[in-house]
Design a binder for this molecule. Structure first.
Ligand SMILES: *[C@@H]1O[C@H](CO)[C@@H](O)[C@H](O)[C@H]1NC(C)=O
Ligand SMILES: *[C@@H]1O[C@H](CO)[C@@H](O)[C@H](O)[C@H]1NC(C)=O
Ligand SMILES: *[C@@H]1O[C@H](CO)[C@@H](O)[C@H](O)[C@H]1NC(C)=O
Length: 972
């Protein structure tokens, strides 16, 4: 009887197969469920039915009953890729890109997906070697494994992918030689239909065999930069006439550049910089498409400039730093019709730098630093940047000496940003941004476009970037005003990075599948092709913070159908055995605690509002940070404090970061931590250390900051670690930078922020000794409710602590001003504030009070020996006076940080030093209008101007003349 019932049920189920499994092949259903088990954060539409094809699991499309597309891009998926992926044997497109928490070794079973045409796993965290079985996927045309942690060699079997047109293995840790075919074994030379060899930023080595290139090849982009290739550049490269971008820079190539390279008449970018190339500088005559050339830092024979410098009409950028070039500078170079950038620093040019009267209207940057140029007349009506620091002319021609042309402080151009001018002063609540054109507030998908070989260098050109905007919204089916571009710049690898915000065409946020669609289309490059001059690009996205949470999806009928289906499935499975389960992973991923899924955890507590509203910061998994710090190895430790330790690490994209890991005692509650990262992610200023991201997982709280290479101001003042000694000008600039950072926190951050722990150990210096204020760990928002002061437990560091704050426990911005004043005194004395039982503020005050006539004589013994004997201490008195005002006993008598900024700017200008204005140049007259403390400062300043200081007169320095000169010739 029981048997009969079973058979009956079986028949019912068979006849109702559609009900049991919907349209979807059970093998595919089981495979998808197995994937799900190993993943956190699968879309909510997943797993609600056993019919992915019929009921539209997000990211799945089917042909008949079989799954052919699986696209889950930028969905925050975490976990590993189950071997059961191999059961989806009809899959044609697999895109799991931009899921930073998805990784582990790539399963060999990927080799079962014989129908696959497109495989994109970029920007995940896959490890181990690239499985050789990929070479058996003969239909593959798009293969992107870039930005993972793959190691080992490139499998020779990839040479069998005769249909592949896109091969991107960049940003991994691949090593060894490029595989070349021999006998029956395949190699990359067989890939004659491939257009993209993107292998940059690995550790590939060995020589590049002549055999790799042939005239049948159709390559348009060769990106081999940032590897460890050696030997000569193969002459066969000249056979690949289709080539448009060739980057071999930052390798160990040696020997002469083959003359065949000049046969590459379609080439737009040629970058051979930073190798060990020898012989004559290559003759690029006849390369009639060439725009961007960089030959810097090789060891070519000493020579005068090659003729092609002034005959290649297509050049936009010529870069030959450290090129051993000598003789006169050809004037014609500056009138090439498209020229934007001429970078010829650290050569041996002599004579006059004459730019002629026919300067190209596109010319922006001219850098001849460290040559032997002896004459120069600033060209009239030229608005670009000219850099001549380190030339004879800067020593001998006194009117030039203190101008921007001779400054060692490079100017910056204002890069393009999408205009929000029509939106007036609209602002949005946190997490939202003003959308261009419509000016409403919405939640954009944010990320970075990295252009790896652009044909131009002008980051200010609005036409070019507006083209890019239009192309983006049109190709991605958005609408006008959906694209906001910001701050394009060239990074140290000569890649142009552009921050992008994509806004929903309607409403305030994207839904989950739109995020996936857009991320995938940008990643697979199948929808969006930028204007050609941008060259090959990569898209990296931040996790989308504003998913409307959540449609819920399951209507009653869906639920019922699922119930029936599940019931039938059980019966059927009983009858046909457990076969289908066999390939399911045994390990049911232990449902991780809510806390391990930061976004989910926050979201589930308070709805949409619970999701942290981040601007430009991403989150990291614990595993990711463990990996890049070698399991928090002691070797990677760079600092420690009450809160825990700081580690150094390098992200897969090459960025070096400092990871601050809270220890048990200093963990905050989830809400506090969320507030802190939201706050930090909103703060963007060049004098503040930027937050890259955070980790909130497995009971850990970590903040990931940009790594600042030159250590703290304290270390630099102590000349610890063999650091260079800071001269007085450098100290002034550091004072200015830190003051600007603080002024930003106090006045421009929204809401304003009081730092609470300003000290020399919290001011970091970058390569160029730009100051960056760090560690807002103790920061306190100044909310509107309690504007003016915040009552709170006293925190800070002894020696820097504002006495008024200490007494009253009322915190205001002026407490930071006090601490900053202490740092100013440190800059003067070089000593920490508490030194051998003496307190710097008291000591300086005493010294000043003791001397009636010339109070500054009393300071002589206290001035840091490093600067004491230097000839001029520009504006020294003003600086001391300003410092003493900052450490006044009562906050009301201390200046505001923006007044401090203006004062120091004036001190620097009194040296003819051109400071790049922050936004509006601060005007002294505004400053004079300030009442109260401002008046006191004004008095001091006035004295300095009227009576040249001892130092100034001894250097024969004419203040008013220098000022007039610098005003007149200041480039726009
Ligand atoms: C590059 O290769 C050379 C030898 O060919 C080796 O000595 C060096 O360590 C390699 N560099 C890296 C970063 O692996
Ligand atoms: C450039 O190409 C032409 C024609 O294909 C060939 O004859 C010539 O030898 C090549 N030049 C070099 C330097 O390889
Ligand atoms: C550079 O190449 C062009 C065209 O091939 C040739 O006419 C010229 O003489 C060459 N210049 C030098 C200095 O070799």
């Amino acid at each position: 009887m029981a048997k009969f019932t079973g058979i009956l049920l079986f028949l019912v189920c068979l006849s109702g197969f559609h009900v049991c499994f919907g349209n979807t092949d059970p093998q595919d259903v089981a495979a998808l469920r197995s994937l799900m088990e190993q993943w956190q954060n699968t879309p909510s539409a997943w797993g609600q039915t056993d019919d992915p094809c019929g009921t539209a699991w997000q990211g799945i499309t089917c042909t008949g009953s079989r799954v052919v597309t699986l696209i889950l891009s930028n969905q925050n998926i975490q976990g590993t890729l189950s071997g059961d992926i191999g059961q989806l044997s009809q899959l044609q497109t697999l895109d799991l890109s931009l899921n930073g928490g998805l990784g582990g070794p790539l399963t060999e079973n990927i080799g079962n997906l014989k129908q696959l045409t497109s495989l994109s796993l970029q920007n995940c965290s896959f490890t181990g070697s690239i499985p050789g079985v990929l070479g058996s996927l003969s239909k593959l045309s798009f293969l992107a494994l870039n930005s993972n942690q793959f190691s080992g060699t490139i499998p020779a079997s990839l040479g069998n992918l005769s249909n592949v047109y896109w091969l991107d293995l960049s940003y991994n840790q691949l090593s060894g030689q490029l595989p070349i075919s021999s006998g029956t074994s395949p190699g990359l030379d067989l890939l004659v239909h491939t257009q993209h060899f993107h292998f940059n930023q690995n550790n590939l080595s060995g020589t590049i065999p002549e055999k790799l290139f042939s005239s049948q090849m159709q390559l348009i982009h060769i990106l081999f930069d940032g590897n460890n290739f050696t030997g000569e550049i193969p002459a066969s490269i000249g056979l690949v006439n289709s080539l448009e971008a060739l980057r071999l820079d930052r390798n160990g190539f040696s020997g002469p550049v083959p003359s065949s390279i000049a046969n590459l008449t379609n080439l737009h970018e040629l970058n051979l910089a930073n190798n060990k190339l020898t012989g004559l500088m290559p003759n690029l005559t006849g390369m009639s498409s060439l725009n961007y050339v960089d030959l810097s830092n090789n060891t070519f024979n000493r020579s005068e400039t090659p003729l092609w410098f002034s005959t290649l009409d297509t050049l936009t950028s010529l870069v030959v730093s450290y090129g051993r070039l000598s003789g006169p500078v050809p004037q014609k170079l500056f009138s090439l019709p498209q020229i934007q950038q001429v970078i010829l620093d650290n050569n041996e040019f002599t004579g006059t730098l004459g730019m002629g009267s026919n300067i190209s209207s596109h010319l922006q940057t001219v850098n001849f630093e460290n040559n032997n140029i002896s004459l120069f007349t600033p060209p009239p009506n030229f608005h670009g940047i000219i850099m001549l620091h380190g030339n004879e002319v800067c020593e001998t021609v006194s009117v030039l000496k203190n101008t921007i042309y001779c400054s060692d402080h490079p100017q910056a151009l204002t890069p393009y940003s999408t205009s929000l001018a029509s939106c007036g002063s609209s602002s949005c609540s946190s997490g939202l941004s003003v959308r261009p054109l419509s000016c409403n507030c919405a939640c954009p998908l944010t990320g970075m476009l990295t252009f790896r070989a652009p044909y131009f260098s002008d980051v200010t050109n609005s036409t070019v970037f507006q083209d890019l905007e239009n192309q983006l919204w049109q190709n991605l089916s958005l609408s006008p005003g959906s694209v906001y571009l910001e701050n394009p710049f060239f990074d140290e690898n000569s890649y142009m990075q552009v921050q992008v915000k994509l806004f929903p065409p309607t409403g305030t946020s994207f839904n989950q599948s739109e995020v996936s669609r857009i991320s995938s289309q940008l990643g697979q490059q199948n929808e969006f092709k930028p204007p050609k001059i941008f060259g090959p690009y990569l898209f990296t996205a931040n996790p989308y913070p504003c998913l409307d949470n959540q449609s819920g999806g399951s209507s009653l009928s869906k639920g019922a159908a699922a119930g029936i289906a599940a019931g039938c499935a059980i019966v059927l499975l009983t009858l046909i055995g457990m076969g289908i389960y066999a390939f399911r992973q045994k390990r049911r991923a232990e449902r991780a605690t809510e806390i391990s899924k930061p976004f989910a955890a926050w979201a589930s507590t308070k709805g949409v509002d619970g999701v942290p509203q981040l601007k430009g910061a991403r989150w990291f998994t614990f595993d990711e940070l463990t990996k890049i710090t070698n399991n928090f190895a002691e070797m990677n430790e760079i600092g420690a404090g009450g809160y825990g330790k700081v580690y150094k690490g390098q992200l897969t994209n090459g960025q070096v970061v400092a990871i601050k890991r809270a220890q048990a005692g200093s963990l905050q509650g989830a809400a506090e931590f969320k507030t802190e990262i939201e706050l930090l992610s909103r703060v963007h200023h060049k004098n503040l250390v930027g937050l890259v991201g955070f980790c909130f997982e497995q009971g850990e709280q970590m903040l990931v900051y940009e790594f600042i290479s030159n250590g703290t101001l304290r270390e630099n003042l102590s000349a610890e670690n063999g650091k260079q000694q800071l001269d007085w000008m450098k100290r002034l600039k550091i004072a200015l930078g830190s003051a600007r950072g603080l002024a930003y926190l106090h006045e421009l951050a929204d809401p304003p922020i009081i730092h609470r722990d300003i000290k020399s150990a919290n001011i970091l210096l970058d390569k160029l000794l730009n100051a960056k204020v760090a560690d807002f760990g103790l920061s306190k928002l100044v909310s509107d409710a309690e504007k003016g002061h915040v009552s709170t437990q006293v925190k800070g560091t002894l020696g820097y602590l504002d006495p008024e704050y200490y007494m009253t426990q009322l915190l205001t911005e002026k407490s930071d001003v006090y601490s900053y004043g202490v740092v100013m005194l440190e800059l003067i004395t070089g000593k920490p504030p508490l030194h051998k039982g003496k307190y710097i503020v008291r000591e300086v005050r005493l010294a000043l009070n003791m001397m009636g006539e010339d109070p500054y004589c009393g300071l002589e013994d206290m001035v840091d020996t490093v600067i004491r004997n230097s000839e001029t201490l520009i504006a020294f008195k003003s600086f001391v006076q300003l410092a003493m005002l900052c450490v006044e006993e009562t906050g009301a008598r201390r200046p505001k940080m923006n007044q401090v900024v203006k004062e120091i700017e004036l001190m620097l200008q009194s040296d003819g030093f051109q400071i790049e204005p922050e936004s509006e140049p601060s005007s002294a007259t505004d400053f004079y209008r300030e009442a109260g403390v401002g008046t006191a400062l004004h008095g001091h300043l006035y004295n300095d101007q009227q009576l040249p200081t001892k130092e100034a007169s001894s250097s024969g320095f004419d203040y008013s003349g220098a000022y007039a000169l610098s005003t007149k010739i200041e480039p726009k």
